[in-house]
Design a protein around this ligand. Structure first.
Ligand SMILES: [Zn+2]
Length: 147
């Protein structure tokens, strides 16, 4: 289930503990090209570790300030169910995180992820309709029915 707005806000305030929310390993990562963002070296989930990088608009809307936000939090928390399911089933690096040049995952990693997403579209499409170009993904990577 996609986390509710309230659950997401709660996570931003409480932050992440010692372990990664996707792979359950101790959270250790390497920098991406986005300020303050790291990528878990085991699964590839992304986190902010230098405090609040949320938009002012979001803070204002929720009547909070950057001081209310944890120093370390998952910046893809809304997508956690998809990324966790994918990693736990496939044990392959998540093709996410901001890189200006070549990212630290391969084209094959990208394809593997989107193929899995296409195959699991029935499970996630409704809740995550605005997150992915579902029609394009299914067209390019097939669906369960076409296998
Ligand atoms: Zn991880």
């Amino acid at each position: 289930m996609r986390p509710t707005e309230l659950e997401i806000l709660k996570h931003y305030k409480n932050g992440v503990g010692k372990n990664c929310l996707v792979c359950d390993e101790e959270l250790k990562g390497y920098w991406t090209d986005y300020n303050g963002q790291i990528k878990c070296r085991t699964c590839g989930m992304t986190y902010q570790i230098l405090g609040c990088h949320l938009k002012d608009e979001y803070l204002k809307k929720n009547n909070i300030t950057s001081d209310d936000i944890a120093e370390r939090y998952c910046d893809n928390f809304d997508l956690l169910p998809i990324y966790r399911d994918y990693y736990q089933e496939n044990k392959k690096i998540l093709p996410i995180g901001f890189y200006m040049g070549k990212p630290p995952w391969s084209e094959e990693d990208d394809e593997h992820f989107y193929k899995w997403l296409a195959q699991n579209a029935d499970k996630y499409r409704v809740e995550y309709k605005d997150y992915f170009y579902w029609d394009t993904i299914i067209k390019l990577f097939g669906s369960k029915n076409e296998d």
